[in-house]
Design a protein around this ligand. Structure first.
Ligand code: GRF
Length: 215
C-alpha cells in the first residue's frame, strides 16, 4: 500500500474519485491525509465521511510561502506520505517544495497540456476554436502546469458547448484518469525520463487517448 496525501482547496470531486477507487479496493493506495488550505470546504467533508485524517493549513496564517510549505511537508511526513496528489489545490508551490517531493508530486489539470495552462481552460479552448479539450495528470515542476505527463484524456468540443457543459464532460474524464494515474504509479510502472513519462507494459493509447492500464 502506497501512502498518499491529497492537497485540496475546494469541492474535492477529484479527491472523491480517489476515495471511491480506494474503497472499491481497486487501488493499492491508502489516502493517509487530506490537507486543505481553506477551511470548511466540501472536500474536507468528503474525506471525513470516508474516515480519512484531515487538516487545514491556511496559507493566510503564514508569513510567506516557505513557512506555509514547511507546514505542509511536516504534516505530510508525519502522516507517512510517499506521494502527494494535488486535486484542485489553488496555491502555486515553490521550487523548494517541488524539489522536496520531486517525482512524488502529481497534479490534475483540466486541459490537454501543454495547451491552456492556468485558469479558465474550457472558455479559452472554446474561444480558440479547438476541436478537443481534455485533462492531464502530470508530475509537478516549478513552472505552473508544467511537468512530465502521465495520463491524458481527450474530450471533443461540440458547437453548442459553453464552458460549463464542456467542464462537465471533462470532469467525468478527470475522475477516470486520476485514479488510473495513481494506480500506474502505485504498481511501479511509471518512470520519468527527462521531460517524458514511460509506462511499463502500456499498450498504444486507445482512440480516446487513455493509456490502457491492463496492457
Ligand atoms: C478540477 O477541474 C481540476 O482539474 C482542477 O481544479 C478542479 C478541481 O475540482 N485542478 P475538484 O475540487 O476536484 O472538484
Amino acid at each position: 500500500m502506497m501512502r498518499v496525501g491529497v492537497l485540496i482547496s475546494g469541492r474535492g470531486s477529484n479527491l472523491q474519485s480517489l476515495i471511491d477507487a480506494q474503497i472499491a479496493a481497486d487501488l493499492p493506495v491508502e489516502i493517509a491525509i487530506v490537507i486543505s488550505n481553506v477551511a470548511d470546504v466540501e472536500g474536507l467533508a468528503r474525506a471525513e465521511a470516508a474516515g480519512i485524517e484531515t487538516c487545514v493549513i491556511d496559507h493566510k496564517f503564514f508569513d510567506g510561502r516557505e513557512p506555509f510549505e514547511a507546514a505542509l511537508t511536516e504534516a505530510l511526513k508525519t502522516a507517512g506520505v510517499e506521494l502527494v496528489c494535488l486535486a484542485g489545490f489553488m496555491r502555486l508551490l515553490t521550487g523548494d517544495f517541488v524539489s522536496e517531493w520531486l517525482d512524488r508530486l502529481i497534479n490534475i489539470h483540466p486541459s490537454l497540456l501543454p495547451a491552456f495552462k492556468g485558469l479558465d481552460t474550457h472558455a479559452r479552448a472554446i474561444e480558440a476554436g479547438a476541436r478537443f479539450a481534455g485533462c492531464t495528470v502530470h508530475f509537478v515542476r516549478p513552472e505552473m502546469d508544467d511537468g512530465p505527463i502521465i495520463v491524458q484524456a481527450a474530450v471533443p468540443i461540440l458547437e453548442l458547448d459553453d464552458p460549463a457543459s464542456l467542464a462537465k464532460r471533462v470532469l467525468a474524464q478527470e475522475h477516470k484518469i486520476y485514479p488510473l494515474a495513481l494506480r500506474l504509479i502505485a504498481d511501479g510502472r511509471v518512470r520519468v525520463e527527462g521531460a517524458r513519462v514511460l509506462i511499463d507494459g502500456a499498450e498504444a493509447p486507445s482512440p480516446d487517448g487513455m493509456v490502457n492500464p491492463s496492457g
